[in-house]
Design a protein around this ligand. Structure first.
Ligand SMILES: [Zn+2]
Length: 169
């Protein structure tokens, strides 16, 4: 940290304590060159929406990552325009329900709901990775479940968006 007195970039921390009810750390520093003492604050910079993975790792939500995941499962079966609309719908639905943090499972479930609307083959392909299918019987189970349950409403196309697409940031 550059000294506000002499401009030297050589200080030591003489005191360090929580501030703002634990949301920040206040550090008292002393310049080694001129002896001036000054204070710095360290704060956590929160991205708008966090995704917590099963491992506990937390990352900023990325619509592009959602889109990449869906495009990878689609392998050209779904037009990019439809995938982009689906990724936007995933983000919109998540932000409606989760203010700061969402689990990767919840993101995956929203992706599944969208893919199910668009293409059953891609849906099963994505589900096989997402639900960690172990063998052919898992596919059969998923397909029979798909056949039995009613087709949900078309979230991506018919549901009126609460915000204009792309306006979520
Ligand atoms: Zn100094």
């Amino acid at each position: 940290m550059r000294c506000p007195g002499c401009g030297a970039d050589d200080d030591r921390v003489v005191d360090s304590r929580p501030a703002s009810a634990g949301d920040a750390i206040r550090r008292r520093r002393e310049c080694r060159a001129c002896g001036l003492r000054f204070t710095t604050f360290e704060r956590i910079e929160l991205p708008e929406l966090l995704v917590r993975k099963r491992s506990g790792i937390v990352r900023a939500f990325s619509r592009q990552k959602v889109l990449d995941g869906m495009a990878g499962a689609a392998k050209g079966r779904i037009p990019m325009e439809a995938l982009e609309a689906a990724a936007a719908a995933v983000e919109r639905l998540i932000r409606d329900e989760h203010e700061h943090e969402v689990s990767s499972e919840q993101v995956g479930l929203q992706v599944l709901a969208q893919l199910r609307e668009l293409d059953p083959v891609v849906y099963v392909r994505f589900a096989s990775v997402y639900r960690d299918f172990q063998g052919p019987e898992d596919f059969e189970q998923e397909l029979s479940r798909l056949a039995k349950s009613p087709v949900p409403r078309r979230l991506a196309k018919d549901a009126p968006p609460k915000r204009p697409p792309g306006d979520a940031a």
